[in-house]
Structures are given as C-alpha cells and as structure tokens.
Design a protein around this ligand. Structure first.
Ligand SMILES: [Zn+2]
Length: 152
C-alpha cells in the first residue's frame, strides 16, 4: 500500500480534488427506536482544506485500497474510538469530470462519545434537519441537500 495517491489532482472538468484515486469517507448513523436518526459529524481543523467546516472523516483512497477500507482507515485516523459498525450502503458523488467521492454509510449501536484525533477539532451527533444550520463542507453539503430533497 502506498500513499502516493495522497495528492491533489485535476479532473477532466478542471476541478482540483484531493486524492488521485478519488476519496472516501465514513458516515456513521445511530438510529434510535424512537425519534430521528443522528449522524456523527466532525469539524475539520482550521489548518486543513475547508477548515472549520463540518463533514465526515475521510480522505484519499490509496492505491489498491477498497472504498470501505479507505473510509475505515481515514475515520480511525481522525476520531477514536471507532466502534464496530455495519455498512449499509455507499453513496457515490460524481463531479462529472471523472473524480468520485464515496460516502460509506454505516450504522452503530450507540451514540458513542467520539474523541478527536488528527485533523479534527470537534465531533457531534446531528439529525439531518439540523445539518443545514451548520457550516458544512461543500461536498458534504451536497449530500445533505440530496437527502433533504429526497425527503428522508
Ligand atoms: Zn471534478
């Protein structure tokens, strides 16, 4: 496994993206028996790209690495502990220029206390309805808007 994919890359539409193989992130959800599901978001450290915004732990997919493995590796670097989780699906965001970000959706059994490790200033659990009030990472904001439009 190499980290050579940890770099900026241009897609065919001329956007600049982090990750030569695309990116992946982990979206953890806790669905209580009653009430709205909540999602674990992280506030990115000020010194990283899009610092101060809320999103999900994630980053570049390394060479030869699966989407799910990349999401797990990035999440375990940015928060701890990373409890057991069940992957429920993967949402692919396509910039139309050949670059993709994969949101690995997974369920956990409790609203665990997540501590920040690297590149992260804070964590919190939020319902979908609460998310538009946050300063969101632009890529994650698209996902939130898609979900709200879909009426979930
Ligand atoms: Zn692009």
């Amino acid at each position: 496994m190499t980290a050579s994919a940890d770099r900026w890359t241009f897609c065919s539409r001329g956007h600049i993206h982090w990750g030569a193989n695309g990116g992946a992130g982990l979206l953890l959800r806790y669905a209580p028996e009653r009430g709205e599901p909540v999602y674990l978001l992280t506030e990115r450290s000020r010194w990283v790209d899009e610092g101060g915004t809320y999103g999900i732990p994630g980053g570049a997919i390394h060479d030869g690495e699966s989407v799910e493995a990349a999401a797990r590796r990035e999440a375990s670097e940015e928060i701890w502990p990373l409890p057991p989780y069940r992957v429920t699906g993967v949402d692919v965001q396509d910039c139309s220029g050949g670059w993709h970000f994969h949101i690995v959706r997974a369920d956990v059994d409790e609203m665990f206390a997540a501590y920040t490790a690297s590149q992260t200033d804070a964590t919190g659990w939020f319902t979908l309805a609460e998310m538009p009030t946050l300063r969101l990472h632009p890529g994650f904001r698209e996902w939130v808007e898609d979900q709200l439009r879909a009426g979930q």
